[in-house]
Design a protein around this ligand. Sequence first.
Ligand code: ADP
Ligand code: ZN
Length: 737
Amino acid sequence: PSLDSANSEQVDFFHEGQLVGVWTTQPLGRRLDYKAPEGGCWLGAFVEVPLGPRKVLGVVWSAGAGDYDYAKTRKVIRALDVPPMRGELREFLEKAGAYTLTDMESMLRLGVRAPGLGDPPSMRKIYRKGENEPDRMTEPRGRVLDALEEYGDLSFTLKELSETAGVTSSVVKGLVKLGAVREEDTPRDLPFARLDPTMPSKDLAPDQAEAAETLKSGVASGAYGTTLLRGVTGSGKTEVYLEAVAECLRRGRQALVLLPEIALTAEFLTRVQERFGAKPAEWHSGVTMTERRRTWKMVGQGGAQLVVGARSALFLPFRDLGLIVVDEEHDSSYKQEDGVLYNARDMTVLRASICSAQVILASATPSLESWANAQAGKYTRIDLTSRFGDAVMPDMRAIDMRGVKLAGNRWISPVLKAEVEARVALGEQALLFINRRGYAPVTICRACGHQIGCDHCDARMVEHRFQKRLVCHQCGETKAMPEICPSCEAEDRLAAVGPGVERLAEEAAELFPDARIATLSSDMYGSARALKAEILGIAEGAADIIIGTQLVAKGHNFPLLTLVGVIDADLGLQGSDLRAAERTFQLMRQVAGRAGRSAKKGTALMQTYQPEHPVIRAILAGDENGFWSAEAEERRAAAVPPYGRMAGIILSSPDAKEVFDLGGELARLDGPLRQIGAQVYGPAPAPIARVRGRHRVRLLVKAEKTAPIQRAIAAWIKQVRVPPQVRLSVDIDPQSF
Ligand code: ADP
Ligand code: ZN
């Protein structure tokens, strides 16, 4: 490695044979000593090291401890030809690991999630539109050319192009022979197109301009700071934070925008293209492996100025990160619930404070955590109170379902039906919202009452008619719909109970036979591209009625949409979760905000059986501050987050007795917790008591806000021996409590 590929602020170099301490991606629980390789290596270098008979990936973290026989110490095989991990990323991984009580190896795996990292640069073939028209146009050929036309700025591999067009690769090859498609060799890891931050912005409204100035001066300070950018849907938050991105890019620093949902990236990419003349790099599960490796490398080399991505983008090796935007910051998908349990919003603030970057948390309905941090003065708060231009917030009304008589298997009330018909007659769009995927949540036997459940989880199987399967939403297990009841073997007695988005679509098709109906649910599209195409089509008016799940609640812009009908506004209020009110309030506000985003005023109608419920009333009144203050009071009184600390300990094992015994033992050994004034509750069955054949129990730890909860928990769980088949995971700041 040459000097200029190393971090400028550190010159720690290890000569061949000097001892280095390496964290590997293998769960060993400690750093290992190696001798620096031939040619030496930098602190932070990504290295391949021998481990037993294997080669594993690691990062040079420090000088070696030297507590092992030097002669027997093995040598680093090679340092990879990528920039060393910067000190600030190493510090971030260490601190994030300490916060979430996660071992370094697992943290490191988050930081090196790029396949083929050490491979030499290779070439690949990509396909673009060629000069010639094919002499004979067939339907499949037309689809290939259409795909190239539509996504002309993307480079397709053969596989991507044939999949997008829905043709075999020989169709593409045939077009290449005719010169209608061009085949080019390109290096796999090219820098991204330059974004031009000097392009003119839109004319901002006065409150937008003021917000943009505040954000820009934050970026210009070059120091850490967090701003909560709060504004109703359509107020121009995106427009405003793109100004901060522009400022960041003008200063030569990199920016990262996190979005909660992959489906939102398509629209965002288009906006970046309009604002800066090129598209940013992408990082999420819908991006191909090769493209991800390219992004990973270019982020490190400065060949990517702006990245838009999912929460894991936070662990990319940025060269000089100056701004992180967390859009829809309240969204629960920022919490990773598998493997390392972290909340990307909170980790963003940590990462930014380490690398002197600005954070913008944008939301129409902030989390209570961020709201409280702004109240406490830790975050700057900016409010955009009006919608841009002539757009106004929709009228919100309840439809009291208590007196409504509906036939079995019907969920759309006559009032809602009439409103939808009126909109469609005017050429406007209506959205019917239900927060449930699939056809029906329950399949029950009318003869014996048996409900079909998952064999591995404590959950019902959900019928998905579109996929013609029963699906477990916990573990993803699917099975065919049985012909006879698995319990009493009665024939033809299995019935669907309750509504899901697919069933609602069926009802809508019957009620509105002449309308064009589009159903948007994340599991109904084979690829991100197909979903993107569907969303763009709807935005342009290809549907009269949209039936959708949570997917449509998040940020899509449908200018023709003037009516939102919520089928079951009470759905989220069931259960005992203390966050239920907050979630329902946010979701209902988000959904309602889809209506009337252009000049025409929108209407949001909520079907509810409890119109007097305080949360429903706050939603209808649009009284955000009132809601947040009341909710804050309740949480304060209960001393729960954000006014207290909580952590969940989940124990899981195939053996139920084993986890309850271990949970009981932990509950008795609560000394380290009592020392910091914390209490432990449980063990109790976890919210989902069995997943993938593993029984789960949970203990909840509750402490004062300033208590050193991580240290106490670490000391606490060290007291017990965890049997081999038991998994213990710590969830700091759990989502439900
Ligand atoms: P939010 O992110 O708060 O939902 P957006 O930034 O998406 O709001 O703005 C809503 C719509 O209004 C978008 O179509 C956007 O392009 C448009 N818009 C917002 N501000 C302006 C402006 N100053 N000039 C022109 N169009 C604007
Ligand atoms: Zn299951």
